[in-house]
Design a protein. Structure first.
Length: 183
């Protein structure tokens, strides 16, 4: 009779699933294309984090507070084993490194890095809500994401293509002459 080897529980317990991660990045102060490129480069230097795609750059009308310049927005796709809290912290740290000031809610900013989804993770903590609670109503998030992944799904809300079809996308325009490169 053969016996199977005992489970190596101390090894298995450290295994974490590889999950699909989506960030939305945007800004409307300073040289935004340069700042977006720097943010993508820094995100791509994160350990246990593999960037799998980046969208085209979109010029987008300001959402939530109209009296400010247009934004540039992109979506970044990755696969990662990192916990969602670490992924949030990484985005916040990169915002700080790139000179983000936290003053007016939905106001002008050099860079904003929102964590949109981490696999199918649902989370509702004071400092982290997943999926991002306003992503489903933001064309400036969904249109770039759809560009990078035509089959994208927002957990709890369905296909991004269907969400985009129900939104006003008239303020969202692809920028032909600006591109963000993956390092
Ligand atoms: N999914 C998430 N992605 C990013 N930040 C989040 C998320 N869920 C909760 N937060 C919290 O929101 C806080 C404020 O974020 P931020 O200043 O970027 O808000 P905002 O960009 O002005 O507004 P919005 O959250 O509507 O995009 C962060 O410090 C973070 O703790
Ligand atoms: N078009 C656009 N509007 C915004 C954006 C953004 O990135 N793009 N970010 C905001 C802060 O959450 C508020 N409004």
């Amino acid at each position: 009779m053969s016996t199977s080897p005992p489970a190596v529980s101390d090894t298995l317990s450290t295994l974490r699933p590889l999950r699909r991660v989506v960030y939305s990045l945007g800004g409307n102060v300073g040289d935004v294309a340069e700042t977006l490129q720097a943010a993508v480069t820094l995100l791509a230097q994160t350990g246990e984090f593999i960037v799998t795609g980046v969208s085209a750059v979109y010029r987008t009308a300001p959402w939530g507070r109209a009296d400010q310049p247009d934004f540039l927005n992109i979506a970044l796709l990755a696969e990662s084993t990192l916990p969602s809290a670490v992924l949030l912290q990484r985005g916040l740290a990169i915002e700080d490194a790139l000179g983000r000031e936290r003053t007016v809610r939905w106001g002008p900013r050099t860079i904003d890095i929102d964590l949109i989804r981490v696999g199918a993770r649902m989370r509702n903590d004071p400092h982290l809500v997943l999926p991002h609670p306003r992503a489903h109503e933001r064309a400036f998030v969904l249109v770039p994401w759809l560009d990078a992944d035509p089959a994208a799904e927002l957990p709890g809300h369905g296909f991004v293509a269907d969400l985009v079809a129900g939104l006003d996308t008239s303020g969202v325009h692809r920028v032909a002459d600006v591109r963000i490169d993956l390092p």
